[in-house]
Design a protein. Structure first.
Length: 193
């Protein structure tokens, strides 16, 4: 069972889920992205850049001596850097509204995870956030992903609890952050239209 839990956690890493979400949006609702290069920039900023933290961690001072915690910390830094660069690319490329929703969801959720984990000392699961956020975005774009998203989220919770990586409270916090962000962004979108 531990091998299964580990496999589930590997497949549901936030950058992997971002890549799946971007691919599903691009294939089913290409108008959300406006053009193909938006998809490729998204893959770079939300998938490739955050994943680079793992192989680069042993070479970066301040992170290499920290083992698994160093990997986690560097992955958060790389992820938020990718989200920021994505927002800047959106601005420069005059991206459509859907791409703004994607990057703002990631940026705000990432900043809240950092705030809770690093500043407030309240550990919210970045892993749960990385599964709930893409599922929430797919639902927002009216792509039928609610049930599959809930199943994947439940499997992620099970694997995290099984491997004792998070408590139920940490998983709940990580799940609630992106859902709250998408609800606030949707409300703001309705007010500004």
């Amino acid at each position: 069972m531990n091998r299964l839990a580990k496999a589930i956690r590997s497949v549901t890493l936030a950058p992997v889920m971002a890549g799946i979400m971007l691919t599903l949006v691009y294939v089913t609702k290409p108008q959300v992205m406006g053009r193909a290069n938006s998809f490729w920039w998204g893959i770079f900023f939300l998938t490739v850049l955050p994943i680079l933290a793992y192989p680069l961690q042993p070479y970066i001072p301040g992170y290499r001596e920290k083992g698994r915690e160093g990997q986690r910390g560097l992955a958060m830094v790389f992820a938020v850097a990718g989200y920021l660069m994505g927002v800047i690319a959106n601005f420069v490329l005059k991206a459509p509204r859907g791409m703004w929703m994607i990057y703002l969801e990631y940026l705000l959720s990432g900043l809240l995870i950092l705030l809770f984990n690093k500043c407030l000392g309240l550990r919210a699961s970045g892993h749960a956030c990385g599964v709930a956020g893409p599922a929430a975005l797919l639902v927002y774009f009216r792509i039928p992903a609610l049930i599959p998203g809930l199943i994947i989220l439940a499997l992620t919770w099970w694997a995290s609890l099984r491997m004792k990586r998070h408590t139920a409270g940490q998983l709940l916090g990580g799940t609630a952050i992106p859902v709250a962000v998408i609800l606030v962004l949707t409300l703001l979108e309705k007010i500004t239209l």
